[in-house]
Design a protein. Structure first.
Length: 317
């Protein structure tokens, strides 16, 4: 008989034997034991592939096998944590100890196990029932981003809004908005771009911007795992003037046969792209003075005495 994992063309020196006739019989032992692959600090490289699906880069440490027994590859199995689904399987050759797993759901916990493959079969999966590696995928990509330009207190503003990214039922998703006057790329802001972080809703207003300047915007969903991919770049040019100028030629006249007045004015000229949405008209009745009446308290038959004061004061001796 043969020593464990040895594939020989003739028996080794000192091998036991039973006499008889016939040719040598060669036996391949079943799967490897005691050579489990080690998932050492699973490397989480979160990214989106060209089809915009979430993927994880899984890495591991190769085991030490008996002399003469080469590794032919690895088997990687994965499934959503806590689900009743069966493990899905991908394989990789012997020349690497990492593998992209693609097409995963965003913001979802996955269990991952890895086993070594040799000519003898597939070894045990790392790392046992209680110690399977669990990774959480990044949030999904932010979809449509909308921009609305405006003004506030003399400065241009940009209102940015976007669609909600699902959290997978795990935790709150926040958002980061990046903005710059430099164009960056379609899917990534340039170095040095400004940002607003920890936005819990699906909109924010940028203020203190430069007038008449084109700004480029990217939005990313963020979880405890890290940020998801940036949204596709959008841009908008701010208004050149902050506040509308006042109307001119304001005139008022009495309405014929009615208690009332008619007011007219000339509309101001605004910068290109800034339209008038309405007017605010204020009016009041002027105070011409005050009348103060007084009498001795309790004297029902006495009449009030009266004094007056002009509109320029609010007191009287």
């Amino acid at each position: 008989y043969l020593g464990l994992h040895q594939l020989l063309t003739e028996p080794p020196s000192g091998a036991s034997n039973k006499s008889g006739s016939g040719k040598p019989v060669f036996v391949t032992t079943p799967g490897i034991t005691g050579t489990s692959t080690t998932l050492s600090g699973l490397t989480q490289v979160h990214q989106m592939d060209k089809d915009l699906t979430v993927q994880e880069l899984v890495s591991w440490t190769a085991p030490t096998l008996p002399t003469g027994l080469p590794i032919t590859g690895y088997s990687i199995q994965y499934k959503i944590k806590g689900s009743g689904m069966t493990y899905l399987n991908v394989t990789v050759g012997a020349g690497t100890t990492q593998r992209d797993i693609t097409g995963l759901q965003s913001s979802t916990e996955y269990r991952i196990i890895v086993a070594t493959r040799t000519v003898l079969g597939t070894g045990p999966y790392c790392c046992g029932n209680l110690n399977r590696v669990v990774v959480t995928t990044i949030p999904d990509q932010v979809g449509m981003v909308n921009l609305t330009k405006g003004t506030e207190n003399g400065s241009p503003t940009l209102l940015i809004s976007w669609n909600t990214v699902p959290s997978g039922g795990r935790e709150e998703i926040t958002y980061t908005v990046w903005y710059s006057a430099s164009s960056g790329t379609e899917t990534e802001p340039p170095s040095g771009a400004s940002n607003e972080t920890l936005i819990t809703g699906t909109s924010t207003t940028l203020s203190g911007l430069s007038q008449g300047t084109e700004y480029y915007i990217w939005v990313a969903a963020v979880s405890s795992v890290g940020p998801g991919p940036y949204s596709t770049r959008v841009s908008e040019t701010t208004f050149e003037a902050s506040n509308a100028s006042a109307p001119t030629n304001v005139m008022a006249s009495s309405l014929s046969g009615q208690v009332g007045i008619i007011v007219s004015w000339t509309a101001p000229t605004l910068p290109t792209g800034l339209s008038i949405t309405g007017y605010s008209i204020q009016h009041k009745i002027p105070i011409t003075g005050y009348s103060i009446q007084y009498k001795i308290r309790g004297m029902s038959d006495s009449t009030y005495l009266n004094v007056t004061v002009g509109a320029g004061t609010t007191q009287r001796d």
